[in-house]
Design a protein around this ligand. Structure first.
Ligand SMILES: *Cc1c(COP(=O)(O)O)cnc(C)c1O
Length: 365
């Protein structure tokens, strides 16, 4: 793949010891341990992208007036590196993450990092920290977090003239210790995630910041996650705080909310559109109202509901709760057959246990 700049590599002189690493990889959790290295590249209008490097992982020293701390000009990505049984290491559709980050960058008035340089940045970090990619047993992986932020020291309001892009990595355990268990969802009728012309289609911290109070409300209501409705009418299902939604009908046809500009285009979501088509399901991307969800589950017309995203891949959804009632799809304790099939097929491709007929996998080392 074409790249536009070189990356220098300075190996850590103090990497985590083998015994400690083995301990971490035995129970990595999520997002708490970080690898020995990080990737950094800077951008200015005059120099463009420059000074790309893989260096020892270390805290940043940030001036209190750094623009991102005030105006949240920031975007990020989330992806994983998977070890296959033969020891090789792969990522899943990294070009799709690169392209999405370019779209997010345009929306947040940040510079675009070319696709080839994005993929090269992730590859460079994974190669430097290859020993941090866990064995595939138990669906462990190395979670990768590319992100870009306004690093100019300036309190004026305009797009920053100094921008930093980085990649950090963190080993991740299986999302579910005992296999996928259905999550319960709180329907947020007070808060919305994104409106017309807003940032809903960009992967940016601000969307997460605005979702936290709704997520808090979900927890108070005894639910695991929050679902958002469209901001204009409060009628149509958009997505969860960080996952897209799928509805499976009793005749096998599947619906997922259309890309309206206010939902995030998940790479898991679009992969499942393709996969389900190939598995023989009719897949519709269209507006889907919360009444259709409630009535469909109540009548049995909707057989399964699931959420999807990189972190958990596919998660069955059990109960939908709102102020005044609740409905539960499936038996509330297991994933339905379509949910299980979709999840297994995707995971098998990611871990190299099934043939990658879509050409989704990218070998890193
Ligand atoms: C990242 C994200 C998703 C899932 O996207 P994937 O590419 O499948 O991981 C869904 N919704 C939001 C709001 C997200 O930020």
């Amino acid at each position: 793949m074409e790249t536009s700049f070189e990356i220098s590599v300075t190996p850590s002189t103090d990497p985590v010891g083998d015994a400690r690493l083995a301990e971490i990889l035995a129970a990595p959790g999520f997002g708490t341990h970080f690898t020995d290295h990080m990737y950094v590249v800077e951008w200015t209008p005059d120099q463009g992208w420059h000074d790309a490097r893989v260096t020892p992982y270390a805290p940043l020293s940030i001036d209190p007036a750094t623009a991102v701390l005030h105006y949240a000009q920031e975007i990020f990505e989330g992806m994983k590196a998977y070890r296959h049984a033969d020891g090789s290491v792969w990522t899943f559709r990294p070009e799709a993450n690169a392209e999405r980050m370019m779209r997010s960058a345009r929306r947040l008035a940040l510079p675009e990092l070319p696709v080839g340089d994005f993929v090269a940045s992730v590859d460079a970090l994974v190669r430097a920290d290859e020993r941090w990619v866990p064995d595939p047993a138990g669906e462990k992986s190395l979670y990768l977090r590319p992100f870009m932020f306004a690093s100019e020291v300036f309190l004026g309001v305009r797009p920053a003239k100094h921008v930093t892009y980085m990649v950090i990595a963190s080993p991740a355990g299986a999302y579910f210790a005992r296999g996928p268990v259905p999550v319960s969802i709180w329907l947020s009728e007070e808060y919305t995630r994104a409106g017309r012309g807003g940032m809903g289609a960009a992967k940016t911290g601000g969307n997460y910041a605005s979702s936290l109070v709704a997520q808090q409300e979900a927890i108070e209501q005894g639910c695991d996650q929050v679902a958002f409705l469209d901001a204009a009418e409060g009628k149509y299902v958009e997505e969860l705080g960080g996952m897209n939604l799928y509805f499976v009908h009793d005749d096998g046809s599947i619906v997922t909310p259309e890309l309206s500009g206010t939902i995030l285009e998940g790479i898991t979501r679009s992969s499942i559109v393709e996969l389900c088509g190939k598995l023989g399901h009719q897949v519709d991307e269209r507006r889907f109202s919360v009444d259709e969800w409630r009535e469909g589950v109540a009548s049995g017309r909707i057989a399964e509901v699931f959420a999807c995203g990189t972190a958990a891949v596919v998660t069955p959804v059990g109960t939908l709760k709102w102020a005044g009632g609740e409905v539960t799809s499936g038996n509330g304790t297991d994933a339905g057959p379509v949910t299980q099939k979709v999840r297994q097929t995707l995971v098998d491709i990611q871990y190299g246990r099934a043939e990658d007929t879509f050409g989704w996998m990218h070998q890193v080392c």
